[in-house]
Design a protein around this ligand. Sequence first.
Ligand SMILES: C[S@@+](CC[C@H](N)C(=O)[O-])C[C@H]1O[C@@H](n2cnc3c(N)ncnc32)[C@H](O)[C@@H]1O
Length: 275
Amino acid sequence: MTSANTPEHAATPESPRDAARGNDDEALKATAPTSGRAAEDLRYYRTEPVSFVRRGSRLQGRRLRAWERYASDYLIEVPRDIADTSVSGQATFDQLTTFGRRAPLTVEVGSGLGEAIVAQAAAHPERDFLAVEVYTPGLAQLMLRAGKQGLTNVRVIQANAPEVFEHLLAPGSVDEVWVFFPDPWHKSRHHKRRLVKPSFARHVATALRAGGTWRLATDWAEYAEHMRDVLDPDEAFENVHGGWAPRFDGRVQTSFESKAIAAGREIFDLTYRRL
Ligand SMILES: C[S@@+](CC[C@H](N)C(=O)[O-])C[C@H]1O[C@@H](n2cnc3c(N)ncnc32)[C@H](O)[C@@H]1O
């Protein structure tokens, strides 16, 4: 949540190693190994810069209690590569085993505090929902919301989303993908960190079933244009509205969006269909 200037969301890498995992340019130069297994393991992060910076992940109070109480119900543990937000190439995910049924699956990337996905999981018990987020307090808050309502159709994975798509989600297995208010990385030297780019579009195109939907929203006009520059010409997708989409009914106003509106920023929605 780069542009949410609360202390909780401030970018404060926990250690040089965490910063390297988050691919902070300077930290990488200073700390990244240049040889041996560690260098080998960090290669992914050099060729595909991650779209987040690790923030304080220490849990306290009700979020700590929520994690202890609900992680066994909601958190999907995945085998890692070296970084603690990575996903091993050996990892597997089976929706039938996880949810005990086959139902249309929505995947939210960067679920933040979980407002949108928990509201939709409660409203649509006939669907399954998977939140992919790296931010520990956000995941704790999401599990607290879901746990209070006794939801059984939502799960969370704490991992770098492109790796979840690459290694965990079977081709054609997802009905909807949501990317709401991805970190804008507004400085041009940081644009390479943006989540929405051609390589991520390939992952989403593979995971979505034919006819499946990719919904996006941003409060950053230039990122909104960038999303269209990436996705409008992509032959795997059709821009459902031929331009900006109306607000998706199921996208509840999150605290993040409220701050953007209070700051006077316009909100842009986009909807694409997998062809
Ligand atoms: C600006 S916040 C928006 C959160 C939420 N969607 C909302 O609308 O309130 C972006 C979120 O995406 C998460 N994020 C960024 N890159 C990610 C990645 N590669 N994998 C998983 N989560 C990511 C961040 O940790 C952050 O919580």
